[in-house]
Design a protein around this ligand. Structure first.
Ligand SMILES: *Cc1c(COP(=O)(O)O)cnc(C)c1O
Length: 367
């Protein structure tokens, strides 16, 4: 068996190669490369998909996050609640604005533990940032209730959850702002960096368009200190093709996850589960190996199976956030998960042979 990568992007491209290539040529030949009809059409189509009134294309998922807090007026002296076990970009979206992240432990589904949010709310709390980690929607009815009760803004990090739903409603449509990344390895990947925000608020949508273009609506009339965070025509065009197949992509990943769930059986391994009322789009299929995770990872590698830990160092223990003064032990569940999680290979175009080989190798593991 050839080496099985944790993720690979070529097979998803090859599946609809002609359409991607035709679109790329169309954009190249159009002579128009920044903020044109591809971006406009993508924004309309993506908003319709998520179920919001507006979507605004941006340059990355991190830009979506930090610009969300910027347009919501959240900054110095403000606190934002976020789960401890997330990709560091979620936290940077808060701290780029000089606001302070307040971490909450995850639940058994690796989502923010909604029973532990209320105790963290202070009079400085301005927002909750929900991360739908690994592709599973968080418990949104409870989060919505808390935001309403305490008058907090709700921002969703949907970088891993394109298409995931809670109570039949899509992630990215619950909050004031939904933040999306289209980094190539995400479920809905571009062919370079790209991102977007979704919102039902016309004023916020307008602000995002101003901020992404140096703070100007009208050329050379700069209203605020903005950014250069435009989604380009090439990525927007290619994303329109990807969006046509997002249902197929989600179905394929769901089938792969089901096959793992049925096939994997090893006493050292805890498989992921999905909350009632929630769906997962299986951005990652994350096992927990409470003991000997690193031996398990090495064993798979020795058998040509590549895995990744998402994430080995929780943000509050990273060097970047030393200044917050949070020491090891303050988030025991987050820290424990960092030692135990392991993401298996999962990607569009993964063959049955590849997956069966991963399953039988896992099942044969012992110490
Ligand atoms: C990928 C990711 C981001 C950042 O997206 P970029 O497009 O790489 O900036 C943010 N949050 C989460 C949870 C992610 O997985």
């Amino acid at each position: 068996m050839d080496k099985i990568m944790q993720s690979r992007l070529d097979r998803g491209f090859l599946k609809h190669q002609k359409e991607y290539e035709d679109k790329a040529l169309e954009v190249l030949r159009s002579g128009w490369y920044i903020l044109g009809k591809e971006v406009e059409n993508f924004e309309t189509e993506f908003a319709e998909y998520v179920g919001t009134k507006y979507a605004v294309g941006l340059a990355s998922g991190l830009d979506a996050l930090w610009l969300a807090f910027r347009v919501l007026g959240i900054g110095k002296g403000d606190e934002v609640i976020v789960q401890g076990n997330t990709y560091i970009a979620s936290v940077m979206g808060i701290t780029i604005n000089d606001a302070t992240p307040v971490f909450v432990e995850p639940d058994e589904y690796y989502q923010i533990d909604v029973s532990k949010i209320e105790e963290k709310i202070t009079d400085k709390t301005k927002a909750i940032l929900v991360v739908h980690l690994y592709g599973q929607a968080a418990q949104m009815s409870k989060v919505r209730e808390l935001c309403d009760k305490y008058n907090l803004k709700l921002v969703e990090d949907c970088a891993q959850s394109h298409g995931a739903c809670f109570d039949g409603k899509m992630t990215g449509s619950f909050g004031d702002v939904g933040c999306f990344s289209f980094y190539p390895s995400k479920n809905m990947g571009a062919f370079g960096d790209a991102g977007a925000v979704t919102t039902n608020d016309e004023e916020l949508a307008k602000l995002f368009k101003i901020y992404r273009n140096y703070g100007s609506e009208k050329r050379y009339h700069n209203m605020v200190v903005g950014a250069n965070s435009r989604l380009d025509e090439m990525q927007a065009g290619l994303l329109r093709v990807r969006l046509k197949y997002i249902k197929e992509i989600t179905e394929e990943r769901t089938a792969l996850a089901e096959h793992y769930a049925e096939g994997i059986c090893n006493e050292y391994v805890i498989k992921p589960s999905v909350r009632e009322s929630a769906t997962s789009v299986w951005h990652q299929y994350v096992l927990r190996i409470p003991e000997h995770r690193d031996e398990f990872k090495k064993y798979l590698e020795d058998n040509n199976i590549m895995t990744i830990c998402h994430y080995p160092i929780p943000p509050h223990l990273s060097q970047a956030y030393e200044y917050l003064g949070l020491k090891e032990g303050v988030l025991p569940i987050t820290e424990k998960y960092a030692q135990e999680v392991l993401s298996l290979p999962i990607y569009a175009g993964m063959t049955k042979e590849e997956q069966d080989y991963v399953i039988s190798t896992i099942n044969a593991f012992s110490l």
